[in-house]
Ligand binder design. Structure first.
Ligand SMILES: CC(C)(COP(=O)(O)OP(=O)(O)OC[C@H]1O[C@@H](n2cnc3c(N)ncnc32)[C@H](O)[C@@H]1OP(=O)(O)O)[C@@H](O)C(=O)NCCC(=O)NCCS
Length: 322
């Protein structure tokens, strides 16, 4: 018998095994005599928490998976599991949020079946149950970003609703140094001003806004983000202000080397001044390149900067639930 229900912390091990079922080869890291980090084939048991995390995030270790699940349960999001004859074989994570663009909606961010149970209609049943549940709690829409299986989602009524453009810029070779044009942009270390983080995301919407905020280090809410994101410093944050315009910026680089971090920017509007402020700041931090992900109509704001490449960013799929 198949049951679809809310996940609890007791499902941690099974959820971990679902996600782990996709990985056929594990790699552990080691450091050579010159201090360089390398990878070698290894068993899961031989891998450190960081090694495991690098194969696919918190779900790769039961310890980190428990912290992650605990957090989303405490925050009132919806992790669902599919249980077949008493065995948990599928997991879906729905993040609830409210914004001006989509209203009160859910973002389907994580959806995995154990590899042995795919293609048997279980995922479709989970989608149907999710729709019913979301409608019951008054959700106006379901969104998902960059779907790995667009045909599956399209069959379940989602369609391409919006997209962003990915722009990679050099911070080093600006034709006109931006600081000579915007002396009034002041930059202050982030001090944890929550109101800034509730502004719309102007760049780097790769996850739902609520999930992006969860990734951030936040002095005001110790324990707010999971242990997995302590494993490696993957983000730097600072606040920018230009006259009355205030913005909150996070440069995020999962590799930790900051050669080309992704810019997440919370602000009421995106302007050339804000872009210039971020670039200035990154140049001072010796970051050679930055990647912005913005709406197509905002690309023109980058005309005066040294754009190295441009390509597709996030694809946002949506279904109305009203
Ligand atoms: C996506 C997923 C949750 C769907 O659940 P499922 O039970 O396998 O799906 P169903 O059996 O209900 O539907 C199968 C249909 O989905 C599509 N589909 C499912 N997985 C697919 C995949 N990996 N690649 C392409 N199409 C896929 C197929 O078109 C299939 O259609 P068909 O029956 O006409 O062949 C599951 O396959 C899975 O866990 N995949 C790997 C993880 C993943 O890609 N997750 C989604 C993004 S996070």
């Amino acid at each position: 018998m198949l049951t679809i229900r809310y996940a609890t912390l007791s499902d941690t091990q099974a959820i971990h095994e679902i996600h782990r079922s996709d990985i056929t080869q594990w790699k552990a890291s080691y450091t050579d005599e010159t201090g360089q980090r390398h990878k070698r084939e290894a068993t899961w048991e031989e891998c450190s928490l960081l090694d495991r995390w690098e194969h696919g995030g918190a779900w790769m270790s039961p310890e980190l998976c428990a912290i992650h699940l605990n957090r989303i349960l405490q925050q009132g999001h919806i992790p669902l599991v599919a249980e077949l004859d008493g065995m948990v074989i599928g997991e879906m994570e729905l993040y609830l949020e409210e914004d001006g663009e989509y209203g009160f909606h859910a973002n389907l961010s994580v959806f995995y079946l154990h590899v042995d149970y795919r293609g048997q209609g279980i995922g479709s049943l989970m989608m149907q149950d999710a729709y019913e549940l979301l409608q019951q709690i008054g959700c106006e829409a379901l969104t998902t970003y960059n779907p790995a299986v667009p045909a599956f989602y399209e069959r379940h009524g989602l369609s391409l609703h919006d997209e962003t453009v990915r722009l990679t810029l050099s911070t080093q070779r600006m034709q006109t140094p931006w600081h000579s044009r915007t002396a009034s942009v002041t930059q202050v270390e982030f001090t944890g001003e929550p109101s800034l983080k509730t502004k719309p995301i102007q760049s780097g919407r790769i996850l739902s806004p609520v999930q992006l905020l969860q990734l951030l280090k936040d002095e005001e809410e110790p324990g707010f983000y999971a242990l997995d994101f302590h494993l490696r410093p993957t983000e730097m944050s600072f606040r920018l202000s230009h006259g009355l315009t205030k913005a909150f910026c996070v440069l995020r680089d999962r590799t930790g080397d900051y050669e080309n971090p992704l810019v997440h920017l919370w602000a009421d509007d995106l302007s050339e001044d804000l872009v210039g402020g971020v670039i200035n700041r990154a140049a001072r931090m010796n970051i050679p390149q930055l990647t912005f992900m913005v709406k197509p109509e905002q690309v023109a704001l980058f005309a005066g900067f040294n754009v190295i490449s441009q390509g597709p960013g996030t694809l946002i799929y949506q279904k109305d639930l009203l």
